[in-house]
Ligand binder design. Structure first.
Ligand code: CA
Ligand code: CA
Ligand code: CA
Length: 314
């Protein structure tokens, strides 16, 4: 959001004579399926490729774009880099913004602004330099299920077959699930006893929370003993079909021990993450999870801390 104060201090009306230079979208350095392994200076969601290029042109310091056509996701990059820095990613389009790219010359092109600003044309061929917010990647969510489930970033879906149950101690039907929580006293689990049937699903989803368009690290403890069905994590953009990115099926080794999952969630404009518990063939396989965290950034940043936590717990 731009405050009135920002506008007052950053507005620099200037008159520039117009000179028409055609915007030539085929004349640039657009390369299919390539990305820079850099953190973008800015993510812009739900725009087309032409607008993505134009946004780069008016943001001071932007030299290249990545465009993800599948999710209408535009990344503005402040480093075009040498070509050996590029890597492949399905559906991405990489382009340097120099040389081949042109547009009608106006008060914002060439970009007269400096600093962390975006140039906006105004009436009478003037412009203003608007500051834009630095993207902060510090969000962190955690769910220990100790008091309730309502504050968790993962909420039980209403579009599935049944719900996850908050519980402490061993699950009903004797030894069909964990004896204790992985963290604290409480955990949540899928009760496999009647009326549940083979294939019934209980889904936890982040749909109600607007997650930043960044890479996330999801971690949790899980417990699958005797005859469980499947525990699966899906992620992707809200507007498209989610992709399966992690799955465990059937009984796990050392079945009475909680295990740890550490999962990178790829960046999407409107990220949604689902955790799906599926009932197996018999009543004898309650699936449990606990100690769930969702941290901004890739898991490599957190692995060390997560491993220490795991060791301390054991
Ligand atoms: Ca807990
Ligand atoms: Ca449900
Ligand atoms: Ca049970």
């Amino acid at each position: 959001m731009y405050s009135i104060l920002h506008l007052l201090f950053h507005s620099i009306p200037v008159v520039i004579s117009a000179c028409s230079v055609k915007l030539d979208l085929t004349g640039g350095y657009f390369q299919k399926d390539k990305i820079l392994n850099k953190i973008p200076m800015l993510d812009i969601c739900n725009i087309g490729p032409k607008k993505c290029v134009k946004e780069c042109m008016v943001h001071y310091g932007c030299y290249a774009v990545n465009y993800d056509g599948k999710n209408l996701h535009c990344e503005l990059l402040n480093d075009a880099g040498p070509y050996y820095d590029l890597s492949y990613r399905e559906g991405m389009r990489f382009s340097k913004i120099n040389g081949g790219w042109m547009q009608d010359k106006n008060s914002c092109w060439p970009n007269p602004c400096t600093g962390r600003t975006k140039c906006e044309t105004t009436y009478n061929n003037q412009y203003i330099c608007l500051p834009y917010d630095l993207e902060t990647h510090t969000d962190r969510f955690s769910c220990g299920f100790e008091t309730d489930t309502t504050t968790c970033v993962f909420q039980d879906s209403k579009l599935d077959d049944f719900d996850w149950t908050r519980h402490q101690g061993n699950t009903p039907s004797g030894t069909t699930g964990p004896y204790n929580a992985a963290e604290g006293l409480y955990y949540i689990y899928t009760e496999a006893s009647s009326p549940r049937e083979f294939g019934d699903k209980a889904v936890l989803t982040t749909e109600a929370t607007a997650l930043q368009a960044i890479t996330w690290c999801l971690s949790f403890n899980y417990h699958m003993k005797r005859d469980p069905g499947k525990l699966e994590v899906f992620a992707g953009d809200k507007s498209s079909t989610l992709t399966s990115i992690w799955v465990k099926t059937g009984v796990q080794p050392n079945q009475d021990q909680w295990k740890t999952a550490i999962i990178d969630i790829p960046k999407s404009c409107n990220t949604v993450i689902n955790i799906e518990g599926v009932r197996g063939l018999t009543y004898d396989g309650d699936i449990a999870i606990d100690n769930l965290t969702l941290n901004a950034g890739a898991c490599s940043m957190y692995n060390f801390i997560l491993l220490i936590k795991l060791i301390v717990r054991i």
